[in-house]
Design a binder for this molecule. Structure first.
Ligand code: P6P
Length: 341
């Protein structure tokens, strides 16, 4: 008798097709975008893994639109994603953290019904010291008339995202995404070059163990933020102290909190009144994932996903993570502080 050798191995391709069947009017464009991003992720992972050997570590003598020194891997990751996506006929435009304006689809290629926004390599200043970095992406439908994507197609509130995800180049390479039907994680098996389903239907614990914040900015926070951090640290006696874990790479900090529960906070401060992190391709995609996993994300006054963007590279304060911990932030940041003028 032939032994059933079928394995329970589920590749990301198979999973995406199964998910597509849940959407009656699916055209296959979004599924194809997700495959293509997975391919780009494998190519970037390959370079990140060997960065210490190839001549691809270190900085270029160039700055990106954020005024940040570009790392060689930043530019490689940016170009890899653009080349993987610009000819497929799924997108009408792209936007990247590394590029000042929207990236049009070359004339020789067809345009499609979606836009892609991405941070090709978030946390890249950590590359040379082998700290995990990540690619973050966000997909929305085109809303303007005509074939070509326009800025208005990009500047939609995060609630309009149809898919979002990240690839974390850590101890293993993982792709985590949502298309509105839960959050699912895939681990790259380098021996076969496939992302395999390893974390189906991720749910974020309602209350977290970890607090991720760079408190070297404490002197610049307003009093309500200081009160919130005292609460998280158990210093006002109202809750158990959270463990502080701060990698300085948002994808790494977020991923740990997604799986283990916790809060990542990058508050506004007097030096950076709108915080540091970018709304369109850091805060929005991670907020969509977080919400789909049962968590919350807000900017200190409103849900991140409700913010109406006005600029492609605008920054936003962010408090993102376990639902109950973010509700605590809402309460404390909304309270008029007693005894403070
Ligand atoms: P700071 C990396 O540069 C990044 O954009 C995020 O990945 C990270 O969470 C944050 O900045 C770290 O910023 O000011 O704490 O170094």
């Amino acid at each position: 008798m032939v032994k059933n050798t079928a394995t329970s191995v589920v590749t990301i391709e198979r999973f995406i097709i199964e998910q597509e069947k849940l959407v009656p009017d699916a055209t296959g464009h979004l599924s194809a975008i997700l495959y293509d991003i997975a391919l780009a992720g494998k190519m970037i992972a390959n370079k990140v893994r060997s960065a210490g050997l190839a001549d691809i570590l270190g900085a270029l003598n160039s700055e990106n639109v954020q005024g940040e020194i570009q790392q060689k891997l930043d530019v490689f990751a940016n170009e890899t994603i653009i080349k993987a996506m610009d000819h497929t006929g799924r997108l009408c435009a792209m936007a990247s953290e590394e590029e000042p304006d929207i990236i049009p689809i070359p004339d020789q290629f067809k345009c499609g019904p979606y836009v892609l926004l991405f941070d090709p390599l978030d946390g890249s200043s950590n590359i040379d010291v082998n700290v995990p970095v990540g690619t973050i992406f966000s997909v929305m439908r085109k809303i303007t008339r005509g074939h070509r994507g326009e800025m208005e197609d990009m500047l939609q509130p995060g609630r309009r995202q149809v898919a979002a995800g990240y690839i974390i180049y850590g101890s293993s390479t993982m792709l985590v995404y949502t298309a509105g039907q839960g959050v699912h994680g895939f681990t790259l098996d380098p021996s076969i070059g496939e992302f395999l389903l390893s974390h189906p239907d991720i749910r974020m614990p309602a209350r977290g163990r970890y607090l991720s914040v760079n408190d070297s900015y404490e002197q610049f926070w307003d009093e309500s933020v200081k009160a919130l951090m005292r609460r998280y640290r158990g210093l006002d006696g109202k809750q158990k102290a959270m463990n502080v874990r701060y990698v300085g790479s948002m994808v790494a900090d977020f991923h740990r909190n997604l799986l283990g529960g916790g809060v990542f906070a990058y508050p506004a401060n007097s030096q950076s009144p709108r915080g540091k992190l970018r709304l369109m391709y850091e805060c929005n995609p991670l907020a969509f994932i977080c919400q789909e996993a049962g968590g919350l994300a807000f900017d200190g006054t409103q849900d991140i996903l409700d913010v109406q963007p006005t600029e492609l590279h605008q920054r936003s304060p962010i408090y993102i993570g376990s639902r109950e911990d973010i509700e605590t932030a809402r309460q404390i940041l909304a309270e008029p502080l007693v005894g403070v003028a």
